[in-house]
Design a protein around this ligand. Structure first.
Ligand code: EPZ
Length: 417
């Protein structure tokens, strides 16, 4: 198992990198495919550990899954399938909580292992449960499981106290097969929500308003399996844009949807990084004197929390002091201790990190506390003047397809052991 990544830093990255399909769209679309009868074929699904775990859960439920020769993914649910997520697998993947809406939409019952907390926060499901109950579901929580059954399923209006991505997705999946009209107020507006809406509508569903904070879903009797291509990964794209900036190189980031990247483009340009449109994507060119900036993470279209650690890495070498406020998760500064080992000067006060830029970073032995922090450590290591060894690299392979090959392709000195 590739457990450690070793990087010799100090070299600018040059060249072009192709962005893979979006992890956070692939995970929900793989689950949503069980709402339909027949074989779903998904294109542009990234080969990453989280997808492999999700497919393993599907196979445990009796669903046939297959990677085809053209690299598409086939998903074929049986006529009758289990509607319980196995604890051993569910605890590896928070997104297994998305089976709640899909199981209830397909069979009217669900037994979901409560996702364990993870490094970035407690990850509650109160808004998911509020949605299920609003649509006529009876929910009990016992022995670490959510047990739910649709007693009198009927479309209804649900107000989300926080625009939770997962809660919006679970309610959309359940409502797509629930008689009547459901409205989700203060819905999440992420591009992955729009991708799910387009996918459901491709299968014959009736979802309107995805991408805004008011989504209307009219339930239908049946959804029919179709072929569908997943959107590119805006967080992977942002990560490579920062890689170009932090190494002061020049990289063409290909296969992206620019509108999904606006918050990231805006903040990178504020630091002085040069970004220009190219027919195949965006060209990102690093500069020597990065300006410090302030960042507040917010639900989309605000600055994405999944890019917070990566931007903190960049600000670690800016010419001045930056202030980063994490408004989405309660504990997403774990990587600061590892950054400090590499020479960064960062002070954390609650949800705020004060980053005082330094001239150079040094290599060190560090460990990756979570997926995005791991990616940020790679960025720091690429900028540092000597060798860095990153333990627990398995976190990184959860969400970045071929990251070693992609960085090598840009001239980075990186390997695993
Ligand atoms: C999705 O997680 C993403 N994961 C996360 O990406 C992303 O960081 C997050 O959305 C925010 O954009 C997937 O799509 C698989 P939330 P999700 O529900 O749905 C609170 C990555 O690195 N909340 O929008 O779990 C919660 O505590 C991952 O790719 C409630 O209070 O996120 C958190 O503070 C990390 N009650 C906030 O909302 C609820 O019922 C955002 O959570 C649900 C959530």
């Amino acid at each position: 198992m590739q457990e450690r990544i070793i990087i010799e830093g100090g070299k600018p990255l040059y060249g072009r990198v192709r962005i893979s399909g979006a992890k956070n769209a692939a995970l929900v679309l793989i689950v949503a495919s069980i709402l339909a009868d027949g074989e779903t074929i998904l294109d542009n699904v990234p080969h990453i550990r989280d997808v492999e775990v999700m497919l393993h859960i599907l196979r445990e439920l009796g669903v046939a899954t297959k990677w085809n020769d053209d690299n598409s993914l086939s998903i074929n649910p049986p006529a009758v399938m289990k509607t319980e997520t196995p604890y051993e697998l569910a605890k590896k993947l928070r997104a297994s909580n998305l089976f709640l809406g899909a199981f209830l939409g397909r069979t009217g019952q669900a037994l979901i292992s409560l996702p364990g907390g993870c490094d970035i926060g407690s990850r509650p499901m109160d808004l998911h449960i509020k949605g299920v109950q609003s649509l006529g579901g009876v929910v009990e929580i016992e022995h670490g499981f959510i047990s739910a059954r649709m007693k009198k399923p009927q479309g209804s209006s649900v107000y989300l106290d926080f625009p939770s991505v997962g809660a919006t997705e679970n309610i959309m999946m359940l409502a797509s097969k629930t008689p009547g009209v459901t409205t989700i107020e203060n819905a999440a507006r992420e591009p992955e929500i729009v991708d799910l809406s387009n996918f459901i509508n491709t299968m014959g569903g009736k979802v309107r308003g995805a991408g805004t904070d008011l989504i209307k879903i009219e339930g239908v009797e049946r959804l029919t399996a179709r072929r569908y291509a997943i959107i590119p990964d805006r967080i992977e794209a942002g990560t490579y844009m920062v890689a170009a900036a932090i190494t002061r190189g020049e990289v063409l980031v290909e296969n992206i949807i620019p509108t999904h990247l606006h918050p990231i483009i805006a903040k990178l340009q504020e630091t002085g990084v040069l970004i220009r449109e190219h027919e195949k994507g965006l060209v990102v060119k690093g500069i020597n004197r990065l300006r410090p900036i302030d960042i507040k993470t917010m639900p989309y279209p605000g600055f994405p929390t999944d890019m917070q650690s990566q931007m903190m890495a960049l600000m670690a070498i800016a010419e001045g002091t930056s202030v980063i406020v994490e408004n989405v998760f309660e504990n997403r500064f774990q990587v600061v201790d590892e950054f400090t080992r590499m020479g960064a000067k960062i002070k954390v006060e609650g949800h705020t990190a004060i980053v005082e830029g330094v001239k150079t970073l040094c290599g060190a032995r560090v460990k990756s506390p979570d997926l995005r922090a791991g990616a940020a450590l790679i960025l720091m290591a690429l900028a540092a003047r000597d060798e860095t060894r990153i333990d627990h690299a398995v976190h990184i392979f959860r969400g970045y397809e071929n990251i070693i090959e992609k960085i090598k392709g840009l001239g980075g000195n990186i390997k695993t052991e």
